[in-house]
Ligand binder design. Structure first.
Ligand code: PLP
Length: 463
């Protein structure tokens, strides 16, 4: 597995298997699933399996403690690992067994595998010595929260399908009201069928949609209780003709009463042509669609604005976990975010910017280096100047490329590069939660030492 960082003229490939502690946790989770499917269910105290046997609370305590100890040790030792993975891409393939085991393995052996096989391939994005790219962080508090909610992560996780439907209804409502004006709330109309889960009506109530504007269109046995697209079209046209504003249509994959699937593609087309948000509720049957033979029931979902399915229904995931996907996440953010967390976050950001300024000062005091593009945030672009007798830009580029390689191969710091006006420029970002001034000092020392080696001259006074 290779993670690629790609941003205009900044392009680099990291030979890493895992890029953050959050990923590491997920690796343990996925490794446990991959190596021993449903390990959490099958594993008896003797680790020999023996039927569908959920872990009891004492086993959970024992394994949970081992897992937390493992992760706490990782954090404690994070500075001792080479920040940039030192392995070659593909190293892991050779270490993996040819086939997944048929019997569950103990947690200890899974953790041993992670320690000996996975961690050497990790580029430690959470390391305080990671200065290569803009941050992609996890936090210990976030990790504990994830543990408490037992969610698998990814997308937007809601508690229940009802919450998911409410959230997208609010996003769609506010999107429409931004165009139509707040006073148009009384004109907004929602569409579903008489088979749509009651969650839609509840969401309408909470979102302030008038009950008479919630159209639960009639279905019958002629369509196996699926929502007929022509009835939806007619209802929408009628509502528009009397001055109402259709804004939300909910289709279902696997209705609660009879497991019916609405014709997603046709409904999506109608929604699109009328500027309506189309949501697909697959609370129950969405799980079945991981099997290729049932995936056809999702045909047309690619046209939807949002989709939810309950991992806690049929995915062996702890209650509650309804995964919600939204095509336009900005609509959700604009509808539901407030500023208070941003305000609290200010000091955290300012501190990173202050450390980057400090690094900039260090660079500015060494006449062998120059700052390129004055920094505004926590990214410092700089380069080592070629010796006075070498005025060719190509010479300078090669020098900086060599410096980057020398610095990164120490494993003590990880920086990246970009190209500006044909010049090879070094990038130093402060963004990891654990980075302190001493890490910036250490990184600068590595840079200076490697520059001395390359230039073949000792560090000058005041350098
Ligand atoms: N949608 C459908 C199709 C369902 O079958 C259900 C529950 O069975 C729901 C929504 C409501 O799910 P939740 O209890 O997660 O809100």
């Amino acid at each position: 597995y290779t993670s690629t960082f790609h941003n205009n003229n900044v392009k680099s490939q990291c030979s890493c298997s895992v890029t953050s502690l959050a990923c590491l946790g997920r690796w343990v989770y996925w490794v446990s699933l991959i190596f021993s499917p449903f390990w959490f269910w099958f594993l008896g105290r003797d680790g020999k399996g023996g039927g569908l046997k959920p872990m009891d609370s004492e086993q959970l305590r024992e394994y949970g403690h081992q897992m937390v100890d493992f992760i706490a040790d990782y954090y404690k030792n994070i500075e001792n690992y080479p920040v940039l993975s030192q392995v070659e891409p593909g190293y892991l393939v050779k270490l993996l067994p040819d086939a997944a085991p048929n019997q569950p393995e103990s947690l200890q052996s899974v953790l041993d595998d992670v320690r000996s096989k996975i961690i050497p391939g990790v580029t430690h994005w959470q390391s305080p010595n990671f200065h290569a790219y803009y941050p992609a962080n996890s936090s210990v508090a976030g990790f504990l929260g994830e543990m408490l909610s037992a969610g698998p992560g990814g997308g937007v996780i809601q508690g229940t399908a009802s919450e998911a439907i409410l959230v997208v209804l609010l996003a769609a409502r506010d999107k429409t009201l931004r165009e139509a004006g707040k006073s148009a709330l009384g004109k907004l109309v929602v569409y579903g069928s008489d088979q749509t889960h009651f969650a839609l009506q509840k969401a309408c109530q909470i979102a302030g949609i008038h009950p008479e504007n919630c159209r639960l269109l009639k279905t019958d046995s002629s369509t196996n209780y699926a929502l007929p697209p022509e009835i939806v079209s007619e209802a929408i046209s009628h509502d528009i003709s009397i001055g109402l504003i259709p804004f939300f249509l909910c289709g279902t994959v696997g209705t609660t009463s009879s497991g019916t699937v609405d014709p997603l593609y046709s409904l999506a087309k109608i929604a699109k042509s009328n500027g309506i948000w189309f949501h697909v509720d697959a609370a129950y049957a969405g799980s079945a669609c991981i099997c290729p033979e049932y995936r056809k029931y999702l045909d047309g979902v690619e046209e939807a604005d949002s989709f939810n399915m309950n991992a806690h229904k049929w995915f062996l995931t702890n209650f509650d976990c309804s995964t919600l996907w939204v095509k336009d996440r900005n609509a959700l953010i604009q509808s539901l975010s407030t500023n208070s967390e941003f305000l609290k976050h200010k000091n955290y950001l300012r501190n990173h910017i202050k450390l980057a300024r400090y690094f900039e000062e260090c660079v500015g005091q060494d006449p062998r280096f120059e700052i390129v593009a004055p920094p505004k945030f926590a990214l410092v672009c700089f380069r080592l100047l070629p010796p006075v007798d070498d005025n060719e830009a190509r010479g300078s580029n090669k020098l900086n490329q060599e410096l980057l390689e020398a610095v990164n191969s120490t494993g003590r710091v990880f920086i990246s590069h970009t190209v500006l006006s044909g010049m090879y420029i070094l990038r130093f970002v402060v963004g990891a939660p654990l980075t302190k001034r001493r890490h910036v000092d250490a990184a600068w020392k590595v840079l200076q030492d490697e520059a001395c080696t390359l230039l073949g001259s000792p560090l000058q006074e005041n350098g």
